[in-house]
Design a protein around this ligand. Structure first.
Ligand SMILES: Cc1ncc(COP(=O)(O)O)c(C=O)c1O
Length: 410
């Protein structure tokens, strides 16, 4: 077998893994066949540095059409004044926002990683925490954002940028409260909706788009598009943002991804997508409740969105890594995650994060969530080889009834 061929075998192997497993990673999803088609297209051949109508390369007539259409769909769907669809992914999008507004050493403020914030909101190991002076806020003992605490920290440090939004927080963010705090200290308010973008367009989560100055999002999580990102902002910040993305941070946009985002945005505007998102949130609640019924401890006691955290130390006296490794043996994938006030280190934390966007795309509903909770519980209570083999086979059979879009036409 040539080297070129073996990659396709590996892709087949991965398809089998996806088909036979239960995907609980909260930031993952399965895109549609049309999104796959756009991403796998000849658009990847083209260089298009610049923006529509102002490119540094020839031959961009049709790429301009695609980028303009993508922007127009994003504006319509999110009710945004200005949209940049070129960031390669969520992290460069967030870096571009820092670059647009801050000089090195100036102050940025975001949610702490252990409370559910993202690395790129100023965490110390990230460039956003090394090149800028970052401060963070957390959650209270109940697992909720305490806005008085956020206000106190903002007043003390007077950051130029305040980040709202999260990667592992199961409750509703009060964007208006963040707006008030930002106004009180004269900060620019950014909302990172990477996790909840799909919930927002599906009507299951409040939108910060007309509240925050800038909104960033990935396109590959609940929005169910290709790996990419967008930055939305008020018109007055449009030039700063566009310049920060190109030429500030990036070169040529990934046109095949832009086309995939455009396709996903159209799909996200449908009635079917709304129903899908409703089911995602319902499934998240049912799964969290089913685990509570089986004696598991959920951070903040439950969820209002598509994800939640299990305190694995309290629930089964194991760290998140151990639980994640054990579940992988039966084909259940999730990620270890720090929990608020975690006494263990981020690489060996006290919890795992669970999300329902991917399994809901496969068509799973409430009764399947109860089964998923049962598989998790059964394995963690008896992890003998015999039980692993038994549950693994059950899960392979169970997943047969829930197809993944496009996976059989690779
Ligand atoms: C809130 C949030 N912002 C940004 C990112 C970064 O996105 P990416 O992994 O595409 O760089 C993530 C990814 O997990 C995220 O959850």
């Amino acid at each position: 077998m040539s080297k070129e061929d073996i990659i396709f075998k590996y892709i087949e192997d991965e398809a089998k893994r996806q088909r036979e497993g239960i995907e609980l990673i909260a930031s993952e999803n399965y895109v549609s066949e049309n999104v796959l088609k756009a991403m796998g297209s000849i658009l990847t051949n083209k260089y298009s540095e610049g923006y529509a109508g102002k490119r540094y390369y020839g031959g961009n007539e049709y790429v301009d059409d695609i980028e303009r259409e993508c922007i127009s769909r994003a504006k319509e769907l999110f009710k945004a004044e200005h949209v940049n669809v070129q960031p390669y992914s969520g992290s460069p999008a967030n870096l571009a926002v820092h670059y647009a507004f801050l000089k090195p050493g100036e102050k940025t403020m975001g949610m702490d990683l252990s409370a559910g914030g993202h690395l790129t909101h100023g965490f110390k190991v990230s460039l956003t925490g090394k090149y800028f002076d970052s401060v963070s806020y957390g959650v209270n003992r109940e697992g909720y954002i305490d806005y008085n605490e956020v206000r106190k920290i903002a007043k003390e440090h007077k950051p130029k940028l305040i980040w709202s939004g999260f990667t592992a927080y199961s409750r509703i963010v009060d964007w208006n409260e963040f707006r008030k705090i930002a106004d009180e200290v004269g900060a620019i308010l950014v909302a990172d909706i990477a996790h909840v973008a799909g919930l927002i367009v599906g009507g299951e989560y409040p939108s910060p788009v007309d509240i925050a100055d800038v909104v960033t999002t990935t396109t590959h999580k609940t929005l169910r598009g290709p790996r990419g990102a967008m930055i939305m902002c008020k018109e007055e910040y449009a030039e700063d943002i566009d310049k920060a993305v190109f030429p500030g941070l990036q070169g040529g946009p990934h046109n095949h991804v832009t086309a995939g985002i455009a396709v996903a945005l159209e799909e996200a505007s449908t009635k079917e997508f709304k129903e899908y998102i409703k089911q995602v949130v319902k499934n998240s609640r049912v799964l969290s409740d089913a685990l509570i019924d089986r004696g598991f401890t959920i951070v903040s006691g439950g969820t209002d969105n598509h994800l939640f955290l299990i305190d694995t130390v309290k629930s089964v006296d194991m760290g998140g890594q151990e639980v994640s490794d054990m579940l992988e043996k039966i084909g259940i994938t999730l990620n270890k995650n720090s929990i608020p006030f975690d006494e263990r280190k981020p690489w060996d934390p006290s919890g795992v994060r669970i999300g329902t966007p991917a399994i809901t795309t496969r068509g799973m509903k409430e009764s399947e969530m109860v089964k998923v909770a049962e598989y998790i519980d059964r394995l963690l209570r008896d992890s003998s080889e015999k039980n692993i083999e038994l549950i693994k086979r059950e899960i392979e059979e169970f997943t047969e009834d829930f197809p993944i879009p496009g996976i059989d036409n690779l």
